[in-house]
Design a protein around this ligand. Structure first.
Ligand SMILES: [Zn+2]
Length: 110
């Protein structure tokens, strides 16, 4: 745990994280959302490029910040922290909000 990104991975003993107003809320990278999203998208979502509707940044989905300590999964732009995607799963349905993405650019399988 030496790089700056690693603070986002809570240690098992840190399950009672109580982030105050000045403390960053822990997040993980886009891979954390890949399992749930792969059930919806039959594509390589991690490599897909997404454009943030808030700031215009275009990045691989895998570079986004994923917050799993929420009602569902919240994916935020690494540049402006705007919400790109929200996903809530129930036993019978998915609720998917992609309104924070202008587009997704996805490689076609050959
Ligand atoms: Zn952004």
């Amino acid at each position: 745990m030496s790089s700056a990104d690693n603070f986002a991975y809570p240690e098992p003993e840190d399950q009672d994280i109580d982030a105050g107003p000045h403390e960053p809320i822990p997040s993980v990278d886009g891979n954390a959302a890949a399992g749930a999203l792969s059930e919806i998208f039959r594509i390589d979502i991690i490599a897909a490029l997404g454009r943030c509707r808030h700031c215009g940044a275009v990045r691989a989905f895998g570079a986004a910040m994923v917050f799993t300590d929420a009602p569902g999964i919240v994916v935020r732009c690494r540049d402006c922290q705007g919400v790109l995607l929200r996903l809530v799963q129930t036993p019978t349905r998915y609720w998917l909000d992609l309104s924070g993405l202008s587009y997704l650019e996805i490689d076609r399988e050959e």
